[in-house]
Design a protein around this ligand. Structure first.
Ligand code: DAH
Length: 344
């Protein structure tokens, strides 16, 4: 019994003096004292030599040794976590956090938000429609009957099971969706994705984005159209941007025009973007065709309206000098990260 006591005392001192600094020394400690072939297991073997009456005392002594050895282990157990996390050191909570990348908004979405935001300031309300459309909303109701040559301008993807269904070729289809609801006046801005059967290249894509605008009310004039778009352009490209209208043709408007702005890169003095003309085209527009209003049982003698449609990729190209349409859908992080600073 005396020998046992001396041994336990010596061991307790040894354990208290053992410094454990990392997961490796902790494991060495565990094997040495607490393992199945460890010292404590061994010493429990001495119990059989202790005479009967002293067995109880000896048992308590050894138990307290075991408890203290285990407590010393437990006090350092957190070192194992540090090792699992990749380092032998304890986590230092005062260190700066590892930055978490949260992603960035897509450039097209940034520009779409800007466009919509500007028109919202003028009282336009966002309206949306389906990307899978029917012939009526995408073409016929917009003054493009079946044999109309204007349909050739837009290479359409049809749904093979039902030739009346197609992927909308423009967001003008949303005009039809809203006008058929029959509530006037209407003042909407319609962003969305459109599809055309084009070979993908730097300058063309089989899907892209448009933003359509429509305002129908009593006494809406071309002057309203011009002033609205002029406001948009100055907000989008800066106070000094100039605009000009060129006569054009769209089946859904009469008269129709295409609008140019003074080049956003050179300011009008001439560069490769504007092909040295000083002007770049940004949208199509016009006064809503009376026949279109009649298609929706609106009296063109009472109501008039204007409409316009622009490509979001085009506006983004002019604002941020993106010169390849494919970049928008390639998910190249080096491209996307450049717009981080432009949020929101
Ligand atoms: N839908 C035309 C296109 O995709 C754009 C457009 C032109 C829309 C004139 C309009 C408009 O509302 O008045 O090319």
């Amino acid at each position: 019994m005396e020998a046992l006591k001396a041994k336990v005392d010596a061991l307790l001192q040894e354990i208290a003096g053992t410094t454990i600094t990392d997961a490796a020394t902790l494991e060495q400690y565990r094997i040495k004292y607490l393992g199945t072939k460890g010292i404590i297991k061994d010493i429990f073997g001495m119990m059989k030599d202790v005479p009967g009456p002293q067995k109880k005392e000896a048992g308590q002594l050894l138990n307290s040794l075991k408890v203290q050895a285990e407590a010393h282990y437990a006090a350092h157990e957190h070192l194992k976590e540090g090792a699992a996390a990749g380092g032998a050191q304890v986590t230092d909570p005062s260190l700066p956090a590892v930055p978490v990348s949260i992603g960035t908004r897509h450039p097209l979405r940034i520009v779409e938000n800007q466009i919509v935001g500007i028109f919202e300031k003028l009282g336009f309300v966002v309206a949306e429609g389906p990307e899978i459309e029917d012939d009526w909303h995408n073409f016929t109701s917009l003054n493009m009957p079946e044999d109309h040559t204007a349909r050739d301008m837009q290479d359409t993807f049809y749904v093979s099971q039902n030739p009346d269904w197609l992927l909308r070729t423009h967001t003008s289809s949303v005009q039809a969706r809203i006008l058929e609801e029959g509530e006037l006046p209407v003042r909407i801005i319609c962003p969305g994705r459109v599809y055309r059967n084009e070979t993908v290249s730097a300058r063309a894509h089989c899907f892209f984005h448009q933003c359509e605008g429509l305002y129908v009310d009593k006494n809406v004039s071309f002057a309203d159209l011009k002033q609205t778009l002029y406001y948009f352009v100055k907000e989008m490209f800066g106070e000094h941007t100039k605009i000009r209208f060129r006569p054009s043709y769209f089946p859904f408007t009469e008269p129709s025009a295409e609008m140019d702005i003074s080049c956003s890169v050179c300011g009008g003095s001439g560069c490769s973007l504007c092909k040295h003309t000083g002007w770049v085209e940004i949208l199509g527009c016009g006064m809503v065709h009376p026949d279109l209003l009649r298609n929706f049982r609106i009296d063109p003698e009472v109501y008039t309206g204007f409409a316009f449609g622009m490509g979001v990729e085009r506006i983004t190209q002019l604002k941020y000098q993106v010169n390849d349409l494919r970049l928008y859908s390639q998910n190249d992080i080096r491209f996307l990260r450049q717009f981080e600073q432009v949020l929101p």
